[in-house]
Design a protein around this ligand. Structure first.
Ligand SMILES: [Zn+2]
Length: 141
């Protein structure tokens, strides 16, 4: 991409996925106290009663499988980009964690439980300086 036309992109929330990277991976955590795996890594209520003394990064695979999904037909709150209608899916990763997220595209007939998706960057909002604020999204394979 031409440097002059390249848009600035930043994660809306740091620490949710590997960045910068060509292949996005969600950053989950494994609790060394109780063994729970959870996303996001900084989630504080991962297991009842656990004091969470020692959590290590668990970098999830770039691909997962749709376990459930639905179509949203209303716009997200401003200033988010209006993607409506859009699909939200619950995706299971090989590491045993399910993470919800927006599934890109409008070809809803192709969605289905068991379909494979890839983790990709998606634009959540664009600020007044033109900077794109990113989140993770899923793309059907
Ligand atoms: Zn724990």
């Amino acid at each position: 991409m031409d440097v002059a036309t390249e848009k600035k992109q930043i994660p809306e929330i740091k620490g949710l996925f590997t960045w910068p990277s060509d292949e996005l991976h969600l950053i989950a955590g494994t609790c060394k106290t109780c063994g729970s795996r959870f996303f996001p890594r900084f989630y504080s209520q991962h297991a009842p009663g656990c004091k969470k003394r020692d959590v290590v990064d668990l970098i999830l695979s770039n691909k997962g499988v749709i376990k459930s999904y639905t179509i949203q037909r209303y716009a997200p709150p401003t200033p988010c980009v209006d993607l409506s209608p859009y699909a939200i899916g619950l995706v299971e990763f090989p590491e045993g964690i399910q993470v919800p997220g927006i599934i890109m595209g409008k070809d809803f007939d192709k969605l289905g439980i068991g379909k494979k998706v890839e983790v990709v960057k998606g634009t959540l909002l664009v600020d007044q300086e033109g900077t794109e604020h990113l989140t993770w999204m899923y793309k059907l394979l």
